[in-house]
Ligand binder design. Structure first.
Ligand SMILES: [Zn+2]
Length: 445
């Protein structure tokens, strides 16, 4: 595949292209917290190493899988384990996929895992309530190619030689989005971590009306990756790949995707724009990257009405999102009647996040996780899996994911220990109401 121009899907503007040696554009001042390299214990050098079906070698200390093997279900916890669990998570930190001072860095997932340990939200402290999935397999190229063009997938694989030679290449100018020698394999592992959670949650739901919720702590993120290529830090559309997988492997025809990342999930939007069986609902900051996700982008053809884009004015925060949840998300999901709910869980709408200007708090994320779990229980047998997307202030990211874990466990929120109400300003309530009224009218809610 040419490492240059790849046409983008019709719903996006411009074209996706592989840039080599592209100048990094300046980031908004990075506001990450202490980047403690102590996170990188041996744990992250051995994640996902398992069976002899794979050929594992090390590159920068990261396991490499020579081929994506046929998926097995040997990683699925036993019936007894599933019946005792409230939360199942998987970890795919992509330690080799990293560029110095890029906000989408290999510090992100370890920061979360470290916080979960510190806050006693792992199975070591909580016993059978929490399961960390081990030994799951990478997604197969076929799984990925049900969302992305094969030419893109094979082109990225071939570009790994070049990345290996140069150390780092830029594969999309927007963002920009980079790749290293391990990006292809680690992106398959990230997508596979989501598929394994779908398998586990579906297995649990066969024996329980209240199965554990899944949470994929993965990167690179996925929701900007369009069918024809990478975009906006994202390589493969993890949530979109999981949606197709849930339909094909588990017969879960109707998939409801909630994307509360601060940016529009344009890749997921494009993948299912004309698909009536996958409802994509995105809330995002109006005018933020990539500029898509307007009110009138509602789907096309048979899929008209099963895409809902709600751009929120800058400054929208906790009050706004609670209203949006009750007045938009709940009725949309109730009307759609999903078989499973998947969540693009981005934490960059947090007031402390450096990449945007919404005012969600740690408490907002607790509310979202708790309410979405409840919604899944009411509508689709509790089948629900969260996928990490954005979130670039390591502290607010890790505290917010931890509070999401508490919500999914049924614990009380500890957000007040982290959130500082003094840094919040008044939400633009009139403009939020106008936005809500407009989307209600557009979708007859
Ligand atoms: Zn984002």
């Amino acid at each position: 595949m040419q490492l240059h121009t790849v046409p983008r899907s019709p719903c996006s503007s411009g074209s996706v292209f592989f840039l080599v040696g592209h100048q990094l554009s300046k980031w908004k001042t990075y506001n990450g917290c202490n980047l403690d390299t102590g996170f990188f214990g041996s744990r992250f050098l051995h994640t996902n190493q398992k069976d002899n079906k794979r050929c594992i070698s090390k590159f920068f200390g990261v396991p490499m899988f020579c081929s994506a093997s046929i998926r097995s279900d040997s990683f699925i916890p036993s019936k007894e384990q599933l019946s005792n669990a409230r939360l199942i998570y998987s970890v795919a930190p992509a330690m080799g996929h990293n560029q110095e001072s890029h906000p989408e860095s290999h510090f992100r997932v370890p920061a979360i895992v470290n916080a979960l340990e510190e806050m006693k939200l792992t199975s070591k402290f909580r016993g059978p309530e929490i399961i960390e999935l081990q030994n799951f397999e990478p997604a197969s190229v076929d799984d990925v190619a049900r969302v992305h063009a094969r030419a893109y997938v094979s082109g990225l694989e071939m570009a790994m030689d070049q990345a290996s030679e140069k150390g780092l290449i830029f594969i999309d100018g927007s963002g920009p989005t980079y790749a290293t020698a391990t990006t292809f394999q680690e992106s398959l592992v990230a997508a596979g971590a989501g598929l394994a959670l779908v398998d586990s949650v579906v297995a649990a739901s066969k024996d329980s009306q209240d199965p554990p919720t899944g949470f994929a702590l993965i990167r690179p993120p996925g929701h900007h990756a369009v069918p024809q290529g990478p975009m906006g830090f994202c390589v493969f559309g993890n949530v979109a790949i999981a949606a197709r997988y849930a339909q094909r492997v588990h017969g879960l025809k109707r998939v409801f995707i909630i994307d509360f990342d601060v940016h529009h999930g344009n890749g997921t939007n494009d993948a299912f724009y004309d698909d009536p069986d996958i409802f994509f609902l995105s809330t995002h900051q109006d005018g933020s990257y990539p500029g898509t996700g307007k009110f009138d982008e509602v789907g096309a053809g048979d899929g008209e009405g099963t895409t809902l884009n709600l751009p929120l004015p800058g400054g929208s925060g906790d009050i706004s999102m609670r209203t949006v949840f009750d007045e938009i998300i709940v009725p949309s999901a109730q009307r759609f009647k999903p078989d499973i709910i998947l969540v693009s869980a981005g934490y960059d709408a947090h007031v402390l996040d450096p990449l945007a200007n919404l005012q969600y708090t740690t408490g907002t994320y607790y509310m979202l996780a708790s309410n979405i779990k409840q919604l899944a229980k009411q509508l689709c047998g509790g089948r629900c899996v969260f996928f990490l997307e954005g979130g670039y202030n390591l502290k607010s990211l890790s505290y917010s994911v931890a509070d999401s874990f508490r919500a999914l466990l049924g614990d009380r929120s500890l957000a007040s220990e982290f959130d500082d109400p003094n840094i919040l300003y008044e939400e633009p309530s009139k403009r939020v109401k106008q936005a809500i009224d407009r989307i209600k009218a557009t979708h007859s809610l």
